[in-house]
Ligand binder design. Structure first.
Ligand code: ADP
Ligand code: MG
Length: 607
């Protein structure tokens, strides 16, 4: 049988094949758009997504914008403003340079771009649907660029099939935004998902602020900074060359102390010359630095930024540029391992002690010259009054050890983990305002409520109260969902679900946890809860039960509504004070932030 005749592919097909390599899933679109914003010098990058990015991804920046006469070119494949010839590849300093991202993205969804260049009086809007330009017109717009990508992969069903559920995709997007926020603390990042703010970095250039936003205050306080100049290894003649090469590698960043460890490698994040990369070798270099310090099979938390001369690295090995090839990897490996080890061994606190007067041990003393992490990064004054309480989930030490540690060291003198707060009101039906020893506390009432419920449910002695439905309801589930219900029938029952298999692809729901009743849509609720237990996005990897409890808490909180009386607010804050880890919600987001009296003083010009 003869093959059909050879024919060139049409442009859209070519673009879609290329897109397959750049745009794997919604988070890759987010990554490319963020990189473009950073390349354009943006100081403010706002990411908005709906339905895990499938419905909508919007990235808005205040960068240079695109001149009107170049807007169409931006969407042509291999059109870029960042390099001119292959010679430039040797010294590429931008995150993009292949000129493929916009062309690829526009070939697999509906794109609207609004942009205005700094020195032009008006902006341009262009709409492209699956590779087809629909409209182009001048519009009034602020300087900068807003790109909206809608209905990703709708016209490419083959790719749609590979997407995971919304929560998983949203989790990947969250990861991307947080990582870039960490690598660029001097830029502001905001992530909004389904209309709710999920993450925000202040862009102060102060790493502490971004760390808190990313990891929650408890973990952030414990992170150790990698010193910029780790002590050089003793020079042995044979390795002098290597040493010189190592010296040209700059390693910065921060790493968790040995007692904070995780079940997966996902929490080691690597950047090479400002670009987020995946590299097994470098990941291994980080892990090696913890050798003997953390249990076998567990992984550290680390964000490591590596800088090498551009010519020493070839990032052009993969279209998404997430892989990196070093001309000579050994010195880079050695430098990373040495720097991380120095940080871990040199600064790791023996045990976090709560002491009102001394700075928490994880923050190096001021003026010790250790914090020249980023240019312009100043050592934050050690926070007063707040002690480094690790969260129960954050320190995943053996339970007995963790328990002992908690009692011995993590309680302050009054046995409280939070200072006493005086509720003064509510803001935007979302935040409880309270006065405390440090200043003004803003408590996210949803997050706080989730935390309180989560700890109660986890500590329960008996199964959770269950409420039978008036009419049992059949709920169709997909294979993954059904699998979760079957595998963890005990956990579901224990939390008050009465769910039984019902044919090959459904269950019948007879009862729900009382906290979730009444509900208008049993099927949607059950599916949401099951999906939320799927891995991905959760900052901590733990038991199915804990994930299920978190999912139930989340739904229960959503149901709980938003207007609170003063008494309700007081009781919420009191309940929060009683929690083991009051400072983060079970999903790891902060429950509260503090506007310190110092800060207020400074802001009002009295500091
Ligand atoms: P690359 O980033 O590899 O150059 P892209 O397809 O991502 O390729 O973008 C094409 C060009 O469009 C870029 O080179 C840049 O000039 C312009 N561009 C894209 N996004 C932005 C943005 N947010 N702000 C300013 N210019 C942008
Ligand atoms: Mg780009």
């Amino acid at each position: 049988m003869a093959l059909p005749p050879i024919r060139p592919l049409d442009d859209l097909t070519i673009a879609r094949i290329a897109a397959g390599e750049v745009v794997e899933r919604p988070s890759s679109v987010v990554k490319e758009l963020i990189e473009n914003s950073l390349d354009a010098g943006a100081t403010d990058v706002r990411v908005e997504v709906q339905a895990g990015g499938r419905r909508l991804i919007r990235v808005a920046d205040d960068g240079t914008g695109i001149p009107a006469d170049q807007v169409s070119l931006a969407f042509q494949k291999h059109a870029t403003s960042k390099i001119r010839s292959s010679a430039d590849l040797e010294r590429v300093a931008t995150l993009g340079f292949r000129g493929e991202a916009l062309a690829s993205i526009a070939s697999v969804c509906h794109v609207t771009l609004v942009t205005r260049a700094r020195d032009e009086p008006t902006g341009t809007r262009i709409r492209i649907d699956n590779g087809q330009v629909l409209a182009r017109e001048p519009v009034g717009a602020a300087v900068g660029t807003v790109i909206t990508a809608e209905n990703l992969f709708n016209a490419v069903p083959a790719r749609l099939k590979f997407l995971r559920n919304e929560a998983t995709e949203a989790g990947h997007i969250h990861d991307v935004v947080v990582r870039y926020a960490l690598a660029y603390p001097e830029r502001r990042f905001l992530l909004v998902g389904n209309g709710r703010p999920l993450f925000q970095s202040p862009g102060t250039g102060e790493l502490e602020d971004t760390l808190i936003a990313a990891f929650g205050i408890d973990v952030a306080r414990q992170m150790l900074t990698i010193q910029v100049d780790p002590p050089p290894a003793p020079r042995i003649a044979a390795d002098a060359d290597d040493d010189e090469a190592v010296a040209r590698v700059r390693v910065r960043g921060y790493v968790g102390p040995p007692h904070v460890h995780r079940a997966t490698r996902r929490h080691v994040t690597l950047f090479v010359n400002g670009r987020w990369v995946h590299d097994t070798h470098l990941g291994y270099a980080v892990a090696q630095a913890y050798h003997t310090l953390i249990p076998k099979g567990r992984h550290p938390v680390a964000v490591v930024m590596i800088e090498v001369p551009p010519a020493a690295v070839d990032v052009n090995v993969h279209p998404a540029k997430t892989e990196v090839r070093f001309r000579d990897g050994r010195p880079v490996f050695a430098a990373v391992q040495r720097a991380v080890r120095a940080a871990v061994v040199g600064q790791a606190p023996v045990a976090p002690m709560a002491d009102d007067d001394a700075p928490p041990p994880s923050w190096p003393a001021r003026g010790a010259g250790r914090l020249a992490l980023f240019p312009g990064f100043k050592a934050p004054p050690p926070p007063r009054g707040i002690s480094p309480w690790p969260t129960a989930e954050a320190s995943t030490a053996a339970p007995a050890e963790a328990e002992a540690g908690r009692q011995a060291t993590f309680l302050d003198r009054a046995g409280r983990r939070l200072p006493v707060l005086r509720v003064i009101g509510q803001l935007a039906q979302m935040y409880v305002l309270a006065e405390g020893p440090e200043g003004l506390y803003l408590v996210d009432q949803h997050a706080a409520h989730e935390r309180v419920m989560y700890e109660r449910f986890m500590a329960r002695r008996a199964p959770l109260a269950s409420q039978p439905l008036l009419v049992p309801e059949p709920v169709a589930l997909d294979r993954l969902q059904l699998g979760a219900v079957e595998e963890h029938a005990g956990a579901f029952a224990d939390l008050g679900f009465d769910v039984e298999p019902f044919g090959p692809d459904a269950v019948v729901v007879r009862a729900l946890p009382e906290v979730l009743v009444p509900t208008s849509d049993v099927a949607a609720l059950v599916r949401t809860v099951i999906d939320a237990t799927a891995e991905g996005g959760a900052p901590v990897h733990d038991s199915f039960e804990a994930r299920l409890v978190r999912a139930v808490c989340k739904q229960a909180t959503v149901k709980a509504g938003q207007t609170l009386t003063l008494e309700e607010m007081r009781s919420l804050v009191r309940d929060l004070e009683d929690c083991q880890s009051p400072r983060t919600c079970p999903h790891g987001r902060p429950t509260m932030i503090v506007l310190t009296a110092d800060r207020l003083f400074r802001e009002f010009g009295r500091g």
